[in-house]
Ligand binder design. Structure first.
Ligand code: SAH
Length: 248
């Protein structure tokens, strides 16, 4: 029984091989932990050219995806994934995707994602049918497919059984409001740089302390917006000092 069910309205269903065929999300898909239904709005096109878009009212460049086509495509997708599914349109004008939004979406287990193309989607479809618009960042890409896959991947990683406990999502960046620590593997010396000796010590408590100190230092250096110095606990302060990372 899949724990997460997605349907996606997309003119390019083949693109979704990227998350169903490879890596962590691909393995989880093959194992039936999540499910994907691809609904091509072109199936709803009335003319023999398969048109799904038309020129914008008022003029201007580009084409706009038509509301009636998307509405009947959505009706089919809902049948596949569940009538109560949350409808999310991918849009640069939406709420910016971050770890907190991924966590709050996990309250739901059925989604229809709408991937736009061209200049975008007729506003009336959004007003009538879309619960939430989500953006992957303040830039524009040419279609909603990759943003939809980013959202799905970010959610799938949290499903029990998807990551082994050795690679828990809760140790990744952002899950505790901090960036991840740096990672090292063989060889022990690369172009004159040795692995930090503590990692070879076999002392697990010491290693955990060093990793936390590194994570705090990086977060302060790169993303102070995630963690203010005033939010550091006394233990964290001591840890930074212990590892000589408390510079300002
Ligand atoms: N004219 C639109 C952009 C259209 S880009 C605007 O300026 O707002 C075509 C489609 O790509 C969009 O409908 C949306 O589904 C997707 N898209 C583009 N940038 C995106 C972003 N940053 N986040 C999520 N989806 C995006």
């Amino acid at each position: 029984m899949p724990q997460l069910r997605f349907a996606v309205l997309t003119l390019f269903p083949e693109m979704f091989d990227a998350i169903t065929h490879w890596g962590v999300t691909g393995r989880a898909f093959q194992a039936g932990l999540w499910d994907l239904h691809l609904q091509d709005p072109r199936d709803e096109a009335a003319d023999r050219h398969g048109s799904v878009d038309d020129r914008p009212y008022g003029g201007g460049p580009g084409m706009v995806m038509q509301a009636p086509i998307l509405a009947s495509s959505l009706a089919k997708a809902r049948q596949a994934v569940g009538e109560q599914a949350k409808v999310v349109a991918m849009s640069p004008q939406g709420l910016k995707l971050d770890a907190a939004l991924v966590t709050s979406l996990a309250r739901h287990s059925e989604f229809v994602l709408v991937a736009g193309r061209y200049e975008g989607i007729d506003e009336r479809f959004i007003n009538h049918y879309v619960d939430l618009e989500i953006s992957v960042g303040d830039f524009v890409v040419s279609g909603g497919e990759m943003p939809a896959m980013m959202l799905m991947d970010a959610m799938i990683r949290w499903l029990p059984g998807v990551l082994g406990h050795e690679a828990s999502a809760s140790e990744d960046s952002f899950s505790d409001g901090m960036l991840d620590c740096p990672h090292y593997t063989r060889p022990e010396v690369f172009e004159g740089s040795a692995v930090p000796p503590v990692l070879l010590s076999g002392d697990h408590a010491k290693i955990a302390g060093w990793r936390r100190a590194q994570a705090i230092r990086r977060t302060l250096d790169r993303r102070p917006d995630l963690l203010g110095m005033d939010q550091l606990s006394d233990d964290d302060q001591l840890l930074l000092e212990k590892w000589d990372l408390s510079r300002q």
